[in-house]
Design a protein around this ligand. Structure first.
Ligand code: THU
Length: 158
């Protein structure tokens, strides 16, 4: 038996410790959850993508009476970026949930898988900033591999 281990690199910051650019991005993600359509879960989520040209692309979760037809905030933002000619590379994605839950709400597995493919299609990793809904805590994760160490890659299909 061979044990396979991978260490994860995540850092926690207060709002004050974030760069002004990231402070703004986090505020944008928090603003984005106001446009969530989540009457079924009552769990509004917002996402804000920062591009290299300083453009910000927003997303919020959009639900549907046919439950599986809805989509998470992160993927709404990423697919919006994808559908708009990917102007420049992604620098970061900030994610925020509205409800004052007691823990960080990490992006779901499907969103991590999608983040992973967008990351693999560009020249460098991007940062994922997760806001604590109740406390002054922000996790920054350099690259999706810190949240999804073993993603399925397009190379696996060949
Ligand atoms: N949700 C997101 O928007 N992002 C995630 O990463 C996890 C979950 C949404 C989906 C659904 O509308 C609601 O939160 C409850 O699961």
């Amino acid at each position: 038996m061979k044990k396979i281990q991978k260490s994860l690199e995540l850092s926690e910051y207060s709002f004050k410790e974030l760069s002004p650019t990231y402070q703004n991005l986090v505020q944008k993600a928090k603003g984005a959850f106001e446009s969530s359509y989540s009457p079924y879960s009552n769990f509004p989520v917002g996402a804000a993508l920062l591009l290299e040209n300083s453009q910000i692309i927003l997303g919020s979760n959009q639900e549907n009476a046919a439950y599986p037809s809805g989509l998470c905030a992160e993927r709404v933002a990423l697919f919006n970026y994808g559908a708009n000619q990917r102007p420049t590379e992604i620098v970061a994605i900030a994610v925020a949930v509205k409800n004052p839950i007691d823990s960080f709400a990490y992006p779901c597995g499907s969103c991590l898988q999608v983040i992973s493919e967008f990351e693999n299609n560009q020249s460098k990793e991007f940062e994922i900033i997760i806001s604590h809904p109740k406390e002054d805590k922000y996790l920054i994760c350099k690259g999706v591999s810190n949240l999804l160490p073993f993603s399925f890659k397009k190379e696996n299909l060949i």
